[in-house]
Design a protein around this ligand. Sequence first.
Ligand code: NAI
Ligand code: 15L
Length: 265
Amino acid sequence: MKRLLITGAAGGLGHAMRSRLGGLAERLRLSDIADLGAAEANEELMPCDLGDAASVMRLVEGCDGILHLGGVSVEDRFSKILNANIAGVYNLYEAARAHGRPRILFASSNHTIGYYRQDQYLTTTDPMRPDGLYGVSKCFGEALATMYFEKFGQETALVRIGSCFEKPRNHRMLATWMSYGDFQSLIERVFTAPRLGCPIIWGSSNNDRSWWDNSAAAYLGWRPKDNAEDYRAELDAAMPTPPADDAASLYQGGHFVREPIHQES
Ligand code: NAI
Ligand code: 15L
């Protein structure tokens, strides 16, 4: 690729991926509403609020791939989610449509299905069961992307990320964790595969514990390598296993299922 756009580049995953993806494109266009720091030689910085349609239109121009990480990433007030995750995703897809349909990786979330129990094994065709307004906004993003694929042929990887951090932070993440290295290899597969389509992909590592069946996306040839189990002893030493009746032990979305609706004032 000549230019890969990374939205949300100032966030946790944006920061972790920024330095890893230089080989994927001649230039990285980095965007966020938060401070992006200084640009490296192969980087250009374009601050932008995803809710501002005209700015997003300029942001996407000249890009031949989009890693869409930007937006509200936890449960929050509806007005914030509406701007970043609902209007923002619509603005992004309209801009992509106007600028030659660059391939998109949409950072969706396990909170699209958070109300499933941890003893259930899911395929990508199981109905959504979002666990809050944040999860609902990711369901919207997946639905919008699917419609743009059906109507206009816009390709998107809908990656339902479990928990992507340097290492698992609690016992639930023994199933949901995806390492930075595995996310990097998934991004590389998504942007180099000859045909992508619009698949849902579970974003988790090769964990011994697993709730998700990725066989529908096997044609992409992504083989995650890391295993959260390697951190079990470290987790056991650092914290107790949550009680069996705790949301963290019962639901795939963990504590998100217990979040209240956040009020505006
Ligand atoms: P993060 O919260 O650290 O980064 C999100 C970035 O989006 C922030 O830098 C923020 O300033 C930016 N942003 C928020 N509203 C914006 C707006 N209106 N306009 C422009 N930028 C805006 O989140 P993280 O962990 O880096 O996640 C990246 C993406 O992956 C998010 O979309 C999140 O929902 C998704 N995800 C992440 C998971 C994880 O384990 N890290 C799990 C599941 C999904
Ligand atoms: C998410 O969707 C969040 O963005 C992230 O911060 C984690 O909480 C993750 O899900 C998770 O479920 O562990």
